[in-house]
Design a protein around this ligand. Sequence first.
Ligand code: KG4
Ligand code: ZN
Length: 352
Amino acid sequence: MIILGIDTSCDDTGVGIVRDGKEILANVIASQHGFHAAHGGIVPSLAARRHSSAMHRVLDLALEEAQISYSDLDAIAVSSDQGLGPALAVGVATAKTLSMVCNKPLIAVHHVEGHIYSNLMSQGDGPSFPFLCLTVAGGHTMLLLARELGTYELLGHSRDDSAGEAYDKVARRLGLGYPGGPIIDALARSGNPEAFAFPRPMLANPDMDFSFSGLKSAVNRLVDRLESEGSPIPVNDIAASFQQSVVDVLVRKTLRALKSTGVRQLAVAGGVAANSLLKSRLESVCQEHAVSLYFPPKGLCVDNGAMIAGVAYHVMDRAPFATPELDYRPNAPLGTLEVKYRHLTKYAPRDR
Ligand code: KG4
Ligand code: ZN
């Protein structure tokens, strides 16, 4: 079964074509990073316009890469849940139109389930259920217990900014460009992580939730003060100290989740999974606690259509096909009735 998956949840226009949930025939991503750099961050309505103008080209390239045509497809899948509303709308409208015109079934996918599933798409060994998943990106930061495909328990999430958002906002304050994560990651290598004692938000709380907006504000206050004093801004030291705080919190909450669930496998997903310090700290913690650590295959960490096409192969077994009335849901929790959440009532990420 060959499925074409579309992801426009944030600022990447992704189209992937996957056979039987695993074999990636194409994975094309048109990034808007250069465009948003000029605005210092993502403007949802502008992201939507870029998706809409890039879509036909990305679709063409994906079909060309897979060396197939629309008639060879068995279904069209789309990220309809979780992301920026105007951006999601473009992918959903495209998928609905393709489904109607090409007469193919339509599969609606939760973007974060795609991220979790990306770990199961590697050619080598991936995690087996149950495993813990840290999804950490620009649009979401969550700790989930994946019991089986389609059954996820939300153990913790960010109550305000996601980790990636904090990276992007701090980079913007430091005048570093967008996306901020890779730039701060690179600068931090030549900075002193002990130079500034930034807070470790929510570490004292016994739960597994995160909060990154106070940390971002602490960086802003420091930069404001240094600027008002006319002092030079030690960008590399700030980058290293900020990164140390973010990673400290992510790693310690993840360790708490591993201990409280007793699972011995950890999968990491989302754009921030590319962070060098996060990777090395998780590697040593996992080694110390005899936990197996997994990252998605190259190209599947960031937002992409292949993970959507991959997981859609399984979603269609448990849910009816979507209808032409399919709507997008920017703040949809992962899963619906069949999924148990410990913190469902608390789960209310901001509409970005
Ligand atoms: O998964 P993704 O492509 O899109 C969202 O779902 O948001 O993640 C993008 C995010 C951005 O916030 C970017 O700054 C961050 O991932 N990111 C990083 C790194 N590479 C990308 N953050 C920290 N370190 C990195 N190396
Ligand atoms: Zn994402």
